[in-house]
Design a protein around this ligand. Structure first.
Ligand code: CO
Length: 133
């Protein structure tokens, strides 16, 4: 893994949170994007080499909606940039980590993504992401 690509934060109201994080970070988000497959609307802030990804559910069956009913707003996942996502999945699988989706899926921001089950990573939902070429 090469760097922390972004930190994902679950929010109830993307518009309000965009304003809050703009104040916090001293800059505006640079894009918003709906990921249909995940039923989320996202917005991104650039902070040095790393991004902050705000996530709001677009319907009640979204993983973010479920997360927010069980927990509160806050850090939802940490995403690591990888060069070759399939190779990294094979490596982590052989190390005993539980992979939530072995076949990479479409994520926001032009990425292929795979998630690891938090029960195998000390409670942290880990996302691997590879920039699509
Ligand atoms: Co993410």
């Amino acid at each position: 893994m090469r760097k922390i690509e972004h930190i994902g934060i679950a929010v109830n109201d993307l518009e309000k949170s965009n304003q809050l994080f703009a104040k916090l970070l001293g800059k505006e988000h640079f894009k918003t994007e709906v990921v249909e497959g995940e039923a989320v609307e996202t917005s991104f802030f650039q902070v040095g080499e790393t991004k902050v990804e705000l996530l709001q559910a677009t319907n009640d069956s979204s993983a973010i909606a479920k997360y927010l009913t069980k927990k509160s707003e806050g850090v939802h996942h940490i995403a690591f940039d990888v060069e070759d996502i399939n190779q990294e999945v094979a490596r982590l699988k052989s190390e005993g980590f539980e992979i939530l989706n072995e076949i990479p899926k479409e994520g926001a921001d032009n990425k292929l993504v795979v998630f690891l089950h938090p029960k195998s990573t000390n409670g942290v939902l880990v996302e691997l992401c590879q920039e699509k070429s």
